[in-house]
Design a protein around this ligand. Structure first.
Ligand SMILES: [Fe+2]
Ligand SMILES: [Fe+2]
Length: 308
């Protein structure tokens, strides 16, 4: 990674080991130093789907609407499991799932459905089976940096302050550092996806505002957006209905924030007839109704300093 990043918040492991304090200018050299300091590597690892109740939970999430339709093609789940069962993760990463399951169930459910959905989209867009497995392993780790965001901020139901927003955005860089540290490598697809899954093609994303130009990162990015829209979230009254969610993502393609092919694959799997994504025609018409209460992206007035 060539770009330097200023880390506005600390990056710590689940066992409270500080890898970078707040205010660090993260350079390649600084990250290499942190990676070198990892004496616990290599960690034991295990297949993700055999870990605890992960497989059962994942299949339960996929059986609820709209995923029930998305994954309804004959033999689809069995085909997917053939890829997903090849994904093994190291112990500290598996333990981050335990943390989310216990303290932030939205994130737990989200990372598992993004795991399945990104694998589904990758199977259509990335013909190479090994590449698919490589991509599939990045879904469950894309938000691992959220272990560095205080839970009251992750679960807040009213608009975030600017400071709280910057904490939320911190999860991308934090995920990059944590995954680089645990794998003892910086050139690793999982850490790239963690860093770049909120970037957009038109450079309107974060943390670096670089173009979203990697097909594997884009697949996770679109799976991430779709899942965030169609599941309940603390900051709005309810989930988007499926039609409105797909229209929101279509609007992002119209604004060149994401690419058309990955959107077509998502829409193709949403249709009962499961057409080939290359035959999908996307309507420009928008008829959906977003949830009535949604403070996502709003900035709250900062609280007045009592000394003023
Ligand atoms: Fe994220
Ligand atoms: Fe996410």
């Amino acid at each position: 990674m060539k770009t330097k990043l200023i880390l506005r918040h600390p990056i710590s492991t689940l066992s409270n080991q500080v890898l970078f304090p707040a205010g660090t200018l993260m350079t390649e050299e600084a990250l290499d130093g942190v990676i070198d300091s990892n004496t616990a590597y290599p960690y034991p690892s295990a297949p993700l789907l055999s870990y605890g109740t992960v497989k059962e939970d994942c299949l339960n999430f996929l059986s609820a609407p709209p995923y029930r339709t998305v994954f309804s093609a004959k033999g689809q789940i069995d085909d997917l499991l053939q890829v997903m069962e090849n994904v093994s993760l190291s112990m500290p990463i598996l333990q981050s799932l335990d943390y989310f399951k216990k303290y932030d169930f939205h994130t737990y459910s989200h990372v598992l459905t993004v795991f399945a959905l990104s694998t589904l989209l990758a199977k259509d867009l990335i013909p190479d089976h090994q590449e698919c497995i490589r991509l599939s392993a990045t879904g469950p780790t894309h938000d691992i940096g959220k272990i560095c965001v205080p839970l009251p901020i992750l679960k807040k139901t009213t608009p975030l302050t600017r400071a709280e927003h910057s904490f939320i955005e911190h999860h991308a860089a934090a995920g990059y550092v944590l995954l680089s540290y645990y794998s003892k490598r910086t050139e690793h697809l999982g850490s790239k996806v963690a860093l770049d899954h909120h970037e957009r093609r038109d450079r309107s994303g974060y943390p670096r505002a670089v173009p979203l130009d990697d097909p594997m990162v884009e697949i996770v990015a679109v799976s991430d957006i779709y899942d965030a829209l169609i599941k309940p979230r603390p900051y709005r009254s309810g989930p988007y209905d499926n039609r409105t969610a797909l229209e929101e993502i279509t609007e992002m393609a119209e604004q060149n924030k994401i690419g058309w092919d990955v959107l077509r694959v998502l829409i193709a799997h949403n249709r009962e007839s499961k057409p080939d994504y290359r035959e999908i025609r996307i309507s420009a018409e928008k008829r959906g109704t977003p949830p009535s209460y949604n403070v996502h992206g709003m900035i709250a007035e900062e609280e007045a300093d009592p000394k003023d």
